[in-house]
Design a protein around this ligand. Structure first.
Ligand SMILES: [Zn+2]
Length: 151
């Protein structure tokens, strides 16, 4: 009985101490673009995934940059984009400092999730089977990106 009580007190103390970090983390995730659709918000802020082969960006081949749909941060150069056959826009490399990664264990798999470094929004997962020199495959939800052609 006493032990259980100590455990409960300990756990509540612990969560109390962790609260500022939790708040800090959620504060870094914020809606900047007020015109986001429900589907975009689900992916960006609730770690959702769009259905494969639905993104219009899959066929985008022009030169330019891909930006975060929420905060407009520049994330990918079009020269790192390739067709991975997965049905999601894929890149071999992100621009330096564009993302922060976090290991995700959902669906019983260990995957590395990445978030926009500027606004904290979820974009996709990065895998180690890319065809480029980096060996990386950034699998990005098309709905999270805005493409801006160079000319
Ligand atoms: Zn962003």
């Amino acid at each position: 009985m006493k032990r259980r009580f100590i455990k409960i007190i300990g756990l509540s103390l612990l969560s109390f101490c962790l609260m500022p970090y939790k708040l800090l983390y959620s504060a870094t995730k914020r809606i900047i673009n007020q015109n986001l659709t429900k589907e975009q918000k689900k992916i960006l802020f609730n770690e959702g995934t769009e259905r494969p082969f639905t993104s219009s960006l899959l066929h985008e081949k022009r030169a330019g940059f891909y930006h975060c749909v929420n905060c407009d941060a520049k994330l990918f150069n079009s020269n790192t984009k390739y067709d991975s056959g997965t049905g999601w826009p894929s890149f071999t490399e992100a621009l330096p400092g564009a993302f922060k990664t976090k290991v995700d264990y959902s669906f019983g798999m260990k995957r590395t999730e990445y978030h926009c470094a500027k606004c904290g929004a979820h974009h996709g997962h990065v895998f180690e089977d890319g065809p480029g020199e980096s060996g990386k495959r950034f699998c990005n939800n098309g709905l999270c990106l805005i493409f801006k052609p160079s000319n």
